[in-house]
Every structure is written in C-alpha cells, then in structure tokens.
Unconditional design. Sequence first.
Length: 358
Amino acid sequence: MRIIGHLDMDAFFAAVEELDHPEFRGLPLVVGADPAGGRGRGVVSTANYLARRYGIHSAMPITRAWRASETARRRGEPPVVFVRPRFRRYSEISRRIMTILRRHSPLVEEGGIDEAYFELSSTGSYEEAAALCRKIKAEIKAQEQLTASVGIGPNKMVAKIASDFKKPDGLTVVTPEAAEDFLAPLPVRKIPGIGPKTEGFLARQGVKIVADLKRFSPPELEKMLGKWGLALYEKVRGRSSAVLVEEWEPKSVGEQETFGQDTLDLAFIFERLWDLCQGVWRRLQAEGFQTYRTVVVTVRFADFDTHSRAYTLPYPTQSRRTLVFEAMRLLMPFLDRRENPRRKLIRLIGVRVEKIGK
Ligand code: TTP
Ligand code: MG
C-alpha cells in the first residue's frame, strides 16, 4: 500500500520572526519589503495568521498590506509589525526540519524551503503513518518551537492538499477509499496545476468545485485544457502516480529589487545591481552551494513590461566578480537602444544564478 506524507510549516517566515522576537508574538506580522510608510514598492513574502485576518497574504503589494494595517489601526486594532526577510536564518531551520524528516522516512523530497513530501509506505497502515507523523510534529515543536501541518494520502497530490486542509498545526489523514470524496467539495483551485487563469476559464463554464469537473470525459477535458486535461481526469478522482524524487535542489537563487522611483540613472542602477549580486552570492553560500553556471538578469520597465536575459558560462564557477561582471553585461542593453529603444524608465531589476552546484 502506498502512503505519502506532505509536511508544510505554518506561516513559516513569520513564525521564525516571532520565535526570534518574542516582543512580536500576539501581534499581526508581515515579512516582506519595506512598506516605507505606504510608499514601499515590493511585496509581502508571508503574513502570520493575525495579519491574514486583515486580508493580507503572500505576493500582495506591500502598500496594500500597509493600507490594511492602517484601516485596522483606525478600528482600534493593533497595527501590523513589518519586518524584512532573513533568508539565511530560514534556510538554516529548514535544513534541520528536513533532517528530522530524514530520520523517520527513507525517502524525502524537498518541495520548497518549508515543505517536503515523504514516504510512509513502510509503516504498513494509515494508523501507523498518522502515529509517526504526530511524532514528527512533536519533535519539530520540541526542537524548533515551530508548528507544521501534515497531510497523509495515497499520492503526492492528495497529501499536499491534505496538509493545507487544517492549518495551523493540523494533521489530516485521507485514505485511498476516502480520497475522491475528500476532494469533491474543494474549490478547483486546490488541485495543483490549476492557477488563477484556469480557475477563471473553468468558472465561466460553471465549474467551481472539484465535483463539477467530474462531468467531463477525458476527451472533453483534453479539448478544454490540452494534454494536461487527461491528467486532470485522474486527479479529480484522487489518482496521481507522480513519484517522489529524493534529491530536490533549488534550481536557482535570485533576488530582485523594486526601485523607490522608476529611473534610468545608470550610476544608481549599477550600484543596485552590484548590491543584488552580493546578496545572491551570499545566499548561494548560505544555502550550501558553491558554484553557478548561468546568470540571469531581469528588468521590469515602468509599464510593467518585463524581460530577462541569460548567459551560461562554459564552466561552473564560484567567482563573485564574474557574477557582477556578467550581470552588468546582461543589463547593459536594457539601458540603451538595443533592448530599450523607447528609453523607458526601469521599475525593477533582478539577478538570478542557475545551474547551481555544491
Ligand atoms: P507557504 O508555505 O506558501 O506559506 P507560509 O508557510 O507562510 O504559510 P502557510 O501556513 O499557509 O503554509 O510558503 C513558505 C514560505 O515561503 C513563506 O513563509 C514565505 C515564502 N513565500 C514567499 O516569499 N513568497 C510567496 O509568494 C509565498 C507563497 C511564500
Ligand atoms: Mg508553509
């Protein structure tokens, strides 16, 4: 019998900040860009559950989070505490959590900084798997003073949806027999692969929940959504055969910065690029990698038109100076007529390294 677990930390970056700053506990907290008194230009990385009650969530513009906080303040509720992310700290804790999982499971696939899939088949039953997961959660709480939510199911998809089902500090067990009924009432958006676009498209056909999708035959789904429609036919019935892959490696490490003002000031842009390169290089090391081969620079113009250029070196390198040099070379054409004939102002730049290695 196949039994898969999925673990996902609760409000991860925010929970770590609360752990390290007891004075923030019990207050709404947002980790993300500097709100700069309502003029900030980045986004929210995450919000703790108190801040989520104000309607704040990941990827929301930081100015909207700021306004939500101000509205709450006027209602007489506590304003939000805004803090910058500390990636090195989060990856250090992430590594220790993965170590706990590896002690209890023969196969762990890291799905991101705060989540992992893990094999539970060898426990032999869903009861035993649940008991083991309770133990894992307790160990994480004892060692790190953090809570995680866990889902158990017959495949990765069901396990992941289950871990999200009762957050925070949840444990949701979905047996193979229960999987189809568990999924049926959920919004289609819960199925991995259905994003905002597909959700909108389906809503226009009157499809809102997973059960609605069962009306369609495989050829109908294929006609609507392409090849992926066939996989979806299986998924809405709780079936998926995706395998766990042991060696999860982040494919890239990158940082970006939204400028305080749209600009074409070369000295300023190069200085910010230099800083971003330093940040990327430090994060690469902090996450336990030595080398990279590909450098990618992204530019977003004032009109939100966004472009990337990449260069792959002939050999992996560790060099911080090469990173700066290649990033500058990639950026240059955006500053003149080659990639910017209308001399548009720049809103954001990003630097990323790919093909990274230990
Ligand atoms: P998530 O697990 O999606 O979110 P979360 O752990 O904060 O909250 P939840 O309890 O709902 O799981 O992401 C993990 C971390 O990744 C999150 O703490 C911050 C970071 N992150 C971003 O920086 N930007 C994003 O858009 C998202 C979704 C996450
Ligand atoms: Mg999480």
